[in-house]
Design a protein. Sequence first.
Length: 132
Amino acid sequence: LNDVKLKTIPPALFVRLNHLKVLRLQGNILNAPCQDIKNLPVLEELYIGGNPFKKLSTNCFDNVAQLRVFEASSCLQLELLEPFAFASTPNIEDVVMDHGPLLTDFSPDVFGNLSRLTQLGLAGCSLSILSP
């Protein structure tokens, strides 16, 4: 579903896709991707780069606990990663959020519980301070 100008994802879209493991939603116009992604109990990879959302909320991935790969590069309006945004995704290994020019800092609690994290990509962001 890359580059198809999606603004929202209809809740019924994923009802029968209980075995979906990879979801590609890059280059759309999603403003609240976490709210739109529901009922995907075995989703392992989520690609949402190039969308205009502004933040990742606390526990925003409650519905995708098996997530291993999260990619949100070139989200030019992303400015806030709330503490514990990834709290419900302990299996995450790769988080890539390169080229987010409005992302200037975030709390260490954003990634605090990700003991399997092997890659964290923040290239091209405007990070100047990491909050204690």
